[in-house]
Design a protein around this ligand. Sequence first.
Ligand code: DSN
Length: 451
Amino acid sequence: MFDQKVFELIDNEMKRQRGGLELIPSENYVSAQVLSAMGSVFTNKYSEGYPNFSDLDSDESMIATEILPNHRYYGGQTNTDRVERLAIARARKLFGADHANVQPHSGAQANNAVYNAWLKPGDTVLGLDLGYGGHLTHGAPVTQSAQIYNFVRYKMDPTTGEFDYDEIEKIAIKEQPKILLVGYSAYSRIPDFAKFAAIGKKIPGCLLMADMAHVAGLIAGGVHPNPFDFGFHVITTTTHKTLRGPRGGLILSRGVVGNPLKKPAKTLANIPTLIDRSVFPGTQGGPLMHVIAAKAVAFHEALQPEFKKYAAQIVANAAELAEQLKKRDFKLVTGGTDNHLILTDVMSSFGVHGGIVEEVLDRIGLTLNKNAIPDDTQPPFRPSGIRLGTPAITTRGLREKDMEQIAEWMKLAIDNRDNPSVLEKLRQEVQEFSQQFPLPSDKQGEKDGSN
Ligand code: DSN
């Protein structure tokens, strides 16, 4: 029987996405090919274990056709092995990694797998505090990993909103972390990876880990530094933000790629194999092969020259949007942006908290999220800030010239938040404007690559 309820909701969500603009900096619109791979028969298959890791530098047509011995726990792996090997080969190339584990179901799973690979219960991790732009999985007390490991969290300098490297070094020397973690969900500048690496190298046995979920697409597109170039050992990321793939996780590492069936010594050189064993069987069961197929497609897209232009356009759009917001009296944390993301203190700009701004903008079809700012005195559901970004609207085809209009709608909606007729007029304008920019999966010829 046709499941009308669910398919109606899918249809409604499609209309919502077509008729508005996505400004949440961690969201994007995937291509028809990514969608199609994700909705494919690979969802039917169990594939616990790993494919063979040999010859991943070979030509892709060889990887897509060669027959290798089955190293997994179930039969029927001819196609899953090939598709996972393609995903691994492409991810390595994209980020200059020695190894890639494409199986984590999410960014949180990826981070937890790295902790489990390198730490014993009680070991110390130094990461950014959630309230200052860090992520839940970087040691927020409500998480499972915070019950297992000792997270010590550094904060941003409240006057500049930026990393305070002297303070981080002081804490690192005192706490001797086994992992020094750089990563964030609400930071609009570029970290000094060389400084982080220099701090980590002063601590014996310290793993340098970068959670680059937000900026992975910018790194892949060559418009953001790559932590591997500064001696980092591990990069974790999600695959669906700036990287524009399916929802999922990815762990990239530098070191010696070994046989995941054999337990290696716990050394930094063996980190690729320690991570493989930690993902499966350490923290996950069967990989989601339909998602891995879609990751392979997204990595292929990110390896194309157009992706470099896309990444550069994300940054150019964000810079222009920041300028247009400042012209309209929005106070920006750090004063601007160097990446895809803007954090603005709407409480001190307009005397209204982020929850209200999120809601009022949702009503006119601009989607973004409320967010804490450094040293926020407001509670989490009524924080002082909002967070927005340009990856999705750039995919949609918006350019610098369109940013003024978005900033203007935002200001008008905040000023008229208690005026339903103005909000309705703005909603119609946003809808008409958005419909000029089809979703990539709506474009003719996208699926078969003919456009
Ligand atoms: N929820 C993601 C974000 O929006 O940044 C992080 O996991």
